[in-house]
Design a protein around this ligand. Structure first.
Ligand code: ATP
Ligand code: MG
Length: 408
């Protein structure tokens, strides 16, 4: 018996002639994510990927924790690879189900004495699901289920058959080798990072922008990020928070180059020369222009922001139109139609939420207008922009940008 990891991927299958490119990238990303865990061989077979450790002390749990964050993967299972021989299958199935029952009981025990009593008295419902990929195997799938189910019932105490609402499913896949397992651990799906080009994420310290970046990484985009820092109005701590958020995002896309742009001069100049009600939109336009330049320098083909329609005054359709006019590159706003609670739910799922809600000062909260204009006119905004030496300030900001690489 050999313990291996089975990886399922989905959407890539639809990609026709590009399929090998997607699969190669997925395999590369898988290897990268498992880096440091030990020697492995990664093999593709019939729209599945098998990860076979080449050393005894391989940390399977850790590997699975990393794999579920690899975009393009639908689910993973830790499986036993055994010989395609029915006696072997029966023998190993009993051993695996016994182990699994011990694990279930341990979980129940951890939840308290009441639960343990329940599970030790009642039996655990299960069913067998068999797939016969190897048509030379003499027993057909329904018959495998019937015979193996009966054998398990007889040989593992505490089991009962429950085809409608089982506590667990015992899976058998008969191929050249046979694979057995009890757990399917869901991942995020999507496309492998690196198959959709690169984008520049405008990353603040808030809840929204990390989620926006994650959503585009899920569509296969490699990410770089830009953060605007208004030191000393915003603190070192605010910067550290953004670095922490980029580090969490790097779990999903391996590595992020984060460009930290000094924004104080621009911010103060806008503040000095323009009416308060237009501060945010002017500031946003400057951010977009700088981000577009940094994106072009680094081979990114689009910008990503965490804007959501109507969430704040600067995110009305009119304000977004004026902001958008500052750049030519496509701007992806994946949260545009999401409610705040949906965004928060995703932030929790991807583990950025707890970091995003840590207190910090953002340039938008330091220089905030009491009554921002919700329907700014482009002409008026451009006239105000004319009062600033924006091009020169943008040059200086880019020249003084500090770039940190996050992730291995
Ligand atoms: P977030 O939760 O991402 O901060 P938000 O709802 O608070 O979003 P705003 O603060 O108005 O919205 O910002 C809108 C978008 O502009 C952000 O989602 C982000 O993409 C970008 N942005 C805002 N502030 C910064 C900053 N300091 N550095 C980089 N990008 C920023
Ligand atoms: Mg914000």
């Amino acid at each position: 018996m050999e313990k291996v990891i089975l990886v399922r991927y989905g959407e890539i299958i639809l990609k026709g002639l590009n399929r090998p490119m997607f699969e190669d990238r997925l395999i590369k990303n898988i290897k990268q994510s498992l880096y440091g865990l030990g020697k492995i061989s990664v093999r593709r077979s019939q729209a599945r990927i098998f990860i076979e450790p080449r050393q005894d002390d391989f940390d399977f749990e850790n590997a699975v924790t990393r794999l579920v964050n690899v975009m393009g993967i639908i689910s993973v299972s830790i499986v036993w690879k055994i010989k395609t021989d029915f006696e072997e299958i029966k023998k190993h199935s009993v051993e695996m189900v016994r182990n699994y029952m011990t694990k279930l009981n341990r979980h129940a025990a951890a939840k308290g004495p009441m639960r343990m009593k329940e599970t030790s008295e009642a039996s655990v419902g299960f069913k067998v699901e068999a797939k016969r990929g190897n048509k030379n195997f003499p027993i057909q799938s329904p018959e495998i289920c019937r015979q193996l189910g009966g054998y398990l019932l007889k040989n593992v105490p505490g089991l009962k058959v429950d085809v409608h609402d089982p506590d667990f499913i015992f899976y058998v896949e008969v191929r050249d080798s046979t694979y057995i397992y009890c757990d399917i651990i869901p991942a995020f799906g999507g496309l492998p990072v690196g198959t959709s080009g690169k984008a520049m994420l405008l990353l603040s310290g808030g809840i929204d922008s990390p989620v926006a970046g994650w959503m585009m990484a899920k569509r296969g985009m490699e990410l770089e990020a830009v953060h605007f820092h208004t030191y000393p109005y915003t603190s070192e701590r605010a910067k550290d928070k953004v670095i922490a958020l980029a580090r969490i995002l790097s779990r999903y896309c391996h590595r992020i180059r984060l460009h930290i742009v000094p924004f104080t001069e621009i911010q103060l100049d806008i503040n000095d020369k323009c009416p308060e009600e237009h501060l945010t939109v002017l500031m946003r336009r400057a951010m977009m222009k700088i981000s577009e330049k940094i994106a072009a320098e680094n081979g990114a083909k689009a910008l990503i922001t965490g804007e959501s329609l109507g969430q704040v005054a600067s995110q009305t359709v009119e304000a977004i139109a004026v902001t958008n006019e500052a750049v030519r590159m496509p701007v992806f706003r994946p949260l545009i139609g999401m409610d705040k609670n949906e965004v928060i739910e995703t932030a929790r799922r991807i583990d950025t939420y707890e970091t995003s809600i840590l207190p910090y000062e953002d340039c938008c909260t330091v220089f905030v207008a009491k009554h921002p204009k919700t329907r700014p006119g482009l002409e008026e905004i451009k006239e105000l922009e004319g009062r600033l030496s924006l091009d020169a300030m943008i040059e200086r900001a880019i020249a003084d940008t500090e770039t940190v690489v996050i992730g291995e």
